[in-house]
Design a protein around this ligand. Structure first.
Ligand SMILES: Nc1nc2c(c(=O)[nH]1)N[C@H]1C(S)=C(S)[C@@H](COP(=O)(O)OP(=O)(O)OC[C@H]3O[C@@H](n4cnc5c(=O)[nH]c(N)nc54)[C@H](O)[C@@H]3O)O[C@H]1N2
Ligand SMILES: Nc1nc2c(c(=O)[nH]1)N[C@H]1C(S)=C(S)[C@@H](COP(=O)(O)OP(=O)(O)OC[C@H]3O[C@@H](n4cnc5c(=O)[nH]c(N)nc54)[C@H](O)[C@@H]3O)O[C@H]1N2
Ligand code: SF4
Ligand SMILES: [Mo]
Length: 736
C-alpha cells in the first residue's frame, strides 16, 4: 500500500496542533518532518507510546478481588451489555444520581459525557475542569458575559504588556510561550507573579515572588494603586462597568503596606506592576493553576478580570478578546443541559457551591444567551459535582449512596487530592468502569477496564469550548480495531454504545463520528470531510468593541465589577482576600509543626500529568519524582541535591528526590504531581507505586476548604515538613 499523509489533531499536550502523520499499511511510520518543526516539544517519542506493549487492547473484566490485578478478556458487546444492565439495576434501586462520571482535562469528546449523563438523569459529573480553567471560565462569564479566548496567539502580537499570574507557559503551553516571546521582541513588557523563579519569571521585566495563596490580596492592592493614582480608563468604566464605587471602596481596604505584609512582595514592586499593567495598554493577563488551585480561587480570578476591565482592556485587540461562539452546533448544545429534570438538578453533589452549579448556571447563561444568541460552554458547566463532595458521597453514602462510577480520560488515584479517600471510595463501589489507554492505579481498582482509541485513531473536531469561532478538524490516521491485534474503540463509541443500551437510542442517531460532526457542521453548510480539507476555519477578520452594539452578556449589560449574580446567590459581590485554611497566620500551631508551605504540580517537560511514565526514553531522562527546595533550607535540614526526602503534611507523606533551587523562597517547597511507577506491581498494596511519590497523598479534600462559590478545591497551599529518608525500604509501599 502506498504511503499516505493523514491530518490528525495532536493531544499530546495542550495546544491541539494539527499534525501530519505518515501512514503505510495501517501503520504510523513517522510524524512528518514539517509538523515536527512546528512542534516546539519535538515529542516524536509519542510513537513509542502509541505502539507501547502495555497499551490496553481488549475489554477486561475483573475476576479476582478488587485490586488483585486478575482479569478476563471479554468483547465490547459483552462489556457494554453487562455495564448497562448493572447501571439499570443500580438506578432502579438508588435513583439515577447514584452514577457519577469523572473526566480529565478535556482531551476527548467531553460533551458526550454530559449528554449521556443528562439523559440518564444524573447531575453528578465530576471533572478536572472545576480546577482547570473551568473556574476561570465561570468567573469570566459571570463578570464579562463571555470568556476571553486566551489561546488566540495572534493577539499577543498586538499586546504591550502581558501579566502571567501563576502560569508558566514555557512548560505548560509552548505555542503561547512562542507568542509571548514574539511579543517581547515587539517591545511588550512581561510581568510574572509566581513564588518560584520559573522560566517565565527568568525572562520577565518584573517578577513578583509572592507568598503562595495570596494573589487576591496582591491584585486588590494593584487595583487600589490604579484607582488612587487615576490610572484607570474613566470613560470605559463610567459607560461600561457596573459597581466601580463599591470596588474602589473595597480596594481601599488593601493599602500597599498591608498587602506587602500579606504577600511578602515589597510595596514598590506591587506599585510598579500596577503602573506597568495600567499604562502599557492594551495589556492582557493570563492566570494559571497557581491561581486556579487556591482555596479562594473566585477572589483571585475575579480580581484578575477586574484589573483588566478597569484599564480598558476588554474586547480590544491585544487585550481580553471576547470572540463569541462558533456558528455550528456547539458542544454545549450537544450536552442537552435541559434534558436533566429539575428535581435531578436539585440533587447535584456539592450544591452548596452555587455559582458552579444550577442556580449560577441559570443566572449567568440567561444573560449570555440574550446577548450572544447562544449559551457559553464554560467547560461542562451543566453538571459539576466537586471531587471532595463526590468521593465523600461514594465512601460514606453522604448525603446519599453513589454506587457507580465511570472514569474516562482521568486517573483520580493520582490526580485527585486525598488519595486515601479516593482509594477507599473506588474500592467500595458496586460498579467501577475505567476507559483508558493504559492500566493505571485507578484502573487497577475497576470492575471493567476498556481500551480507548488514541488521538491517532480517531476523528476530532476541535473548538475551544465554544469560546471562539475557530474550528480545527483532524482525522483518524489508523484504525482503532485491527482483527487479531487489538479492538480499541473511540470514547464516542463508548457513550453511544452505553446510551443505546439504556433506552437513549433516539438521541444517538449518528453511527460514526463523521456523521456526528456532519450534523454539528450542517448549520454552516459544511461537512466534516470538507472541513478536513480546509484544516482550520477561522474568521478572516476579528471584530472588536462589539459591546458598543450589543452590550455585555451580563444581567446589567455591563462588565460587573460588582457581581449582581454573586449578590443574588448570597455571596460577597466583590473579591476579598482570605487566608488559606492552613497557614502560619490561620493555624499557627500546625505551622509550628509543619513550618514550610507546600506548592504542587508546576508543569514540567516531558510529562503530562500522570501520563507517559511508561515511556522508557522519557523515564531515562526523568526517572523519579523531584521536589524543589532552597539550598539554605536544605542545608538546615541536612539534605543534599539528589537525596530522597519525605514531604509530610498532617494528611500524609510521600518521598521525592531533592533538587536544590535558588529560585524558590526558603519557606516554600515545590512538589511534583502526577507520579506513579508503572513498572511496580499492579496489585494491592502497590497499585503501581501510587503511594510512593504521589503528592496528592499529602493533600486534603474537605468541602469546607473549597472555594465557597465555585467548589474548586485547593491543591497548593499546605503546611509541610521535609526530612531525609533514612534507610532504603523505610517507606512501606502504603505510606502513611
Ligand atoms: N496536587 C496536584 N494535583 C493536580 C494538579 C496539580 O497541579 N497539583 N493539577 C490538576 C489539573 S489542572 C488537572 S487538569 C488534573 C489532570 O488530571 P487527569 O486529567 O486525571 O490527568 P491524567 O493523570 O493524565 O489522566 C488522564 C488519563 O486518561 C488517559 N487518557 C488520555 N487521553 C484520553 C482519551 O482521549 N480518552 C480516554 N478514554 N483516556 C484518555 C490517560 O492514559 C491517563 O491515564 O490534575 C489535577 N491534579
Ligand atoms: N508539560 C505539561 N504541560 C501541561 C500539563 C502537564 O501536565 N505537563 N498540564 C496541562 C494542564 S491540564 C494545565 S491546567 C496547564 C497548567 O499550566 P500552568 O497554569 O502554567 O500551571 P503550573 O505550571 O502548574 O503552575 C504555574 C505556576 O504557578 C506557580 N504557583 C504555585 N502556587 C502559586 C500561587 O499561590 N500563586 C501564584 N501566582 N503562582 C503560584 C508555580 O510555581 C508555577 O510556576 O498546563 C497544561 N500543560
Ligand atoms: S506542541 Fe503539543 S499538541 Fe502541538 S504538536 Fe507538539 S506535542 Fe502535539
Ligand atoms: Mo489542568
Amino acid at each position: 500500500m502506498a504511503k499516505e499523509i493523514k491530518h490528525t489533531i495532536c493531544f499530546r499536550c495542550k495546544p491541539r496542533c494539527r499534525l501530519e502523520l505518515e501512514v503505510e499499511d495501517n501503520q504510523i511510520i513517522k510524524v512528518s518532518t514539517s509538523s515536527i518543526k512546528k512542534c516546539p516539544r519535538k515529542w516524536a517519542s509519542d510513537l513509542e507510546r502509541f505502539y507501547h506493549p502495555d497499551r490496553l487492547n481488549y475489554p477486561l473484566k475483573r475476576v479476582g478481588e478488587k485490586g488483585e490485578n486478575k482479569w478476563q478478556q471479554i468483547t465490547w458487546d459483552e462489556a457494554l451489555g453487562e455495564i448497562a444492565a448493572k447501571l439499570q439495576v443500580l438506578k432502579d434501586k438508588y435513583g439515577a444520581e447514584t452514577l457519577g462520571v469523572t473526566a480529565g482535562t478535556s482531551r476527548t469528546y467531553e460533551e458526550l459525557n454530559s449528554r449521556f449523563l443528562n439523559l440518564f438523569g444524573s447531575p453528578n459529573q465530576c471533572g478536572q475542569a472545576q480546577i482547570c480553567h473551568g473556574n476561570s471560565a465561570v468567573v469570566a462569564t459571570t463578570l464579562y458575559g463571555w470568556w476571553p479566548y486566551w489561546m488566540h496567539i495572534e493577539k499577543l502580537l498586538n499586546t504591550r504588556c502581558i501579566m502571567l499570574i501563576g502560569r508558566n507557559p514555557p512548560h505548560s503551553h509552548q505555542t503561547i510561550w512562542e507568542g509571548i516571546e514574539k511579543a517581547k521582541k515587539n517591545g511588550a513588557k512581561l510581568i510574572v507573579i509566581d513564588p518560584r523563579r520559573s522560566e517565565s519569571a527568568e525572562s520577565a521585566d518584573l517578577w513578583l515572588q509572592l507568598r503562595p495563596g495570596t494573589d487576591c490580596a496582591l491584585l486588590l492592592g494593584m487595583i487600589n494603586v490604579i484607582i488612587e493614582q487615576n490610572l484607570y480608563d474613566k470613560e470605559f468604566v463610567s459607560k461600561w462597568c457596573h459597581g466601580f464605587d463599591e470596588l474602589a471602596q473595597r480596594a481601599k481596604e488593601y493599602p500597599l503596606d498591608k498587602v506587602a505584609e500579606i504577600t511578602w512582595v515589597p510595596a514598590d514592586q506591587i506599585q510598579a506592576a500596577a503602573r506597568m499593567f495600567a499604562t502599557q495598554t492594551p495589556s492582557c493577563a493570563m492566570e494559571g493553576m497557581g491561581v486556579a488551585h487556591q482555596p479562594n480561587s473566585y477572589g483571585a480570578i475575579a480580581a484578575r478580570h477586574i484589573i483588566s476591565a478597569i484599564v480598558g482592556n476588554v474586547d480590544v485587540q491585544g487585550g481580553e478578546e471576547l470572540l463569541g461562539p462558533a456558528p455550528f452546533i456547539t458542544e454545549h448544545e450537544i450536552e442537552l443541559p435541559d434534558a436533566l429534570p429539575a428535581e435531578q438538578r436539585e440533587k447535584i453533589l456539592g450544591k452548596q457551591f452555587k455559582l458552579y452549579s444550577w442556580p449560577g448556571y441559570d443566572l449567568v447563561q440567561s444573560s449570555v444567551e440574550r446577548v450572544w444568541g447562544k449559551r457559553c460552554d464554560m467547560f461542562g458547566y451543566t453538571c459539576m459535582a466537586p471531587a471532595p463532595s463526590l468521593y465523600k458521597a461514594i465512601a460514606y453514602s453522604d448525603p446519599y449512596p453513589v454506587r457507580a462510577l465511570i472514569t474516562l480520560s482521568s486517573n483520580p488515584m493520582v490526580t485527585i487530592p486525598n488519595t486515601k479517600l479516593v482509594h477507599k471510595a473506588l474500592k467500595s463501589l458496586d460498579l467501577y468502569v475505567v476507559v483508558d489507554y493504559f492500566m493505571t492505579p485507578s484502573a487497577q481498582l475497576a470492575d471493567y477496564v476498556l481500551p480507548a482509541a488514541m488521538w491517532q485513531e480517531r476523528d476530532f473536531l476541535w473548538n475551544f469550548h465554544n469560546t471562539t469561532p475557530v474550528i480545527v478538524a483532524g482525522e483518524a490516521a489508523v484504525a482503532p480495531t485491527i482483527p487479531g491485534k487489538h479492538d480499541r474503540r473511540t470514547d464516542f463509541d463508548f457513550w453511544r454504545g452505553l446510551g443505546v443500551r439504556l433506552g437513549q437510542a433516539e438521541y444517538w442517531p449518528w453511527e460514526t463520528l463523521e456523521e456526528y460532526y456532519d450534523y454539528r457542521l450542517a448549520p454552516m453548510d459544511l461537512t466534516f470531510k470538507k472541513l478536513l480539507e480546509m484544516g482550520t476555519l477561522a474568521p478572516e477578520k476579528w471584530e472588536y468593541k462589539k459591546y458598543e452594539k450589543m452590550g455585555f452578556g451580563t444581567p446589567t449589560g455591563k462588565i460587573e465589577l460588582y457581581s449582581t449574580v454573586m449578590e443574588k446567590l448570597g455571596y460577597d459581590p466583590l473579591p476579598y482576600y482570605q487566608e488559606p485554611p492552613e497557614s502560619a497566620i490561620r493555624t499557627p500551631d500546625l505551622a509550628a509543626k509543619y513550618p514550610l508551605i507546600l506548592i504542587t504540580g508546576g508543569r514540567f517537560h516531558p510529562f503530562f500529568h500522570s501520563e507517559h511514565r511508561q515511556i522508557e526514553t522519557l523515564r531515562k531522562r526523568y526517572p523519579w519524582a523531584t521536589m524543589q527546595l532552597h539550598p539554605d533550607t536544605a542545608k538546615e535540614l541536612g539534605l543534599a541535591d539528589g537525596d530522597w526526602a519525605w514531604i509530610e503534611t498532617q494528611h500524609g507523606r510521600v518521598m521525592q528526590k531533592v533538587q536544590l533551587f535558588e529560585g524558590i523562597d526558603a519557606r516554600v517547597v515545590h512538589g511534583q504531581h502526577g507520579w506513579w511507577y508503572p513498572e511496580m506491581p499492579g496489585e494491592e498494596p502497590w497499585l503501581h507505586g501510587v503511594w510512593v511519590s504521589n503528592i496528592n497523598v499529602c493533600i486534603s479534600s474537605e468541602e469546607d476548604e473549597c472555594d465557597e462559590a465555585l467548589g474548586s478545591w485547593p491543591l497548593r497551599t499546605f503546611q509541610c515538613k521535609v526530612y531525609k529518608v533514612k534507610t532504603y525500604g523505610e517507606g512501606h509501599p502504603v505510606a502513611g
